[in-house]
Design a protein around this ligand. Structure first.
Ligand SMILES: [Zn+2]
Length: 275
């Protein structure tokens, strides 16, 4: 008989249930979000809810093979701090949070761990954390992705605005699909939608692909959003989110199928010829 856990959410289970579930659930997902401004018509928890919803959908689809930790609701959002209410962790703190959560999972036996962020501002901290963890936990496969970048090919076809990426038609569509309570449709307004709408520093960065020149969002858009959230639809959100779930399930199935990671052997000794 197939084993069916009461839930895949680690925080909702008892320890004896987790002990029983562990051998059936080789993968643990750690979702990361943010509490930051999302323009005039979308809630601050948008990134947290998107990451959590995708993680839950993946875990339900792959049950019982995946458990999900609580979603970390605050990320690196320094670039949104000019707007009332945004909360931020420093890069070093977020990196340490990821390292310590993944290490906790490792201590309980997980050897395949996937960090999923709903907020692109978290990427640099996750990348460094995962580099550290790969060196420290040499028997563990650790991978990570964002939500939106997984469907970059679809967004290239569907995104209408020249400039987008935060509270735009793409993100607002996802929000409408995963939790309509995130969106106040009558308050949505277009933000900066073309390169010409940006300030000189924003234009300089956006017109030179490959260069990194981060700016605060207050300098990029007076309303705090890019692109046109009025173009958002639940149908586009369903296409994007359902495809993200498909692709993450595909990746995690591959991860489960890999041999266990084992520490790299020490460098081969060069036999020295002696006379
Ligand atoms: Zn967002």
């Amino acid at each position: 008989m197939t084993y069916t856990p009461r839930t895949h959410r680690l925080a909702d289970l008892t320890w004896p249930e987790i002990d029983e579930l562990r051998p059936h659930a080789p993968v643990a997902i750690v979702p990361l979000g943010a509490t930051e401004q999302h323009g005039l018509g979308m809630a601050q928890r948008t990134d947290t809810t998107r990451a959590e919803a995708v993680a839950d959908m993946v875990a339900r689809r792959m049950s019982p093979q995946v458990v999900v930790t609580p979603t970390i609701p605050v990320g690196m959002s320094e670039h949104h701090m000019a707007f009332p209410g945004t909360l931020t962790l420093s890069p070093v703190t977020l990196q340490q949070v990821v390292v310590e959560l993944v290490t906790s999972l490792h201590r309980h036996g997980w050897r395949r761990i996937f960090v999923l962020t709903g907020h692109g501002g978290n990427n640099s901290a996750i990348d460094v954390a995962v580099s550290r963890l790969r060196a420290e936990l040499t028997d563990t496969h650790i991978a990570w992705s964002g939500v939106t970048p997984v469907v970059a090919d679809i967004i290239k076809e569907q995104g209408a605005s020249q400039v987008r990426g935060h509270s735009c038609e793409i993100e607002t569509s996802q929000a409408l699909y995963v939790d309509p309570d995130l969106v106040l449709p009558e308050r949505l307004v277009p933000g900066s939608s073309t390169v010409d709408d940006l300030n000189p520093a924003g234009r300089l960065g956006r017109s030179h692909p490959g260069f990194h020149f981060p700016q605060g969002y207050d300098a990029l858009s007076p309303t705090g959003n890019l692109g046109n959230p009025r173009l958002a639809t639940t149908e586009l959100g369903a296409l994007l989110v359902d495809t993200v779930v498909d692709r993450i399930c595909g990746f995690l199935t591959g991860l489960i199928g890999l041999p266990d990671r084992s520490p790299a052997p020490p460098p081969a000794r060069i036999a020295l010829e002696t006379t």
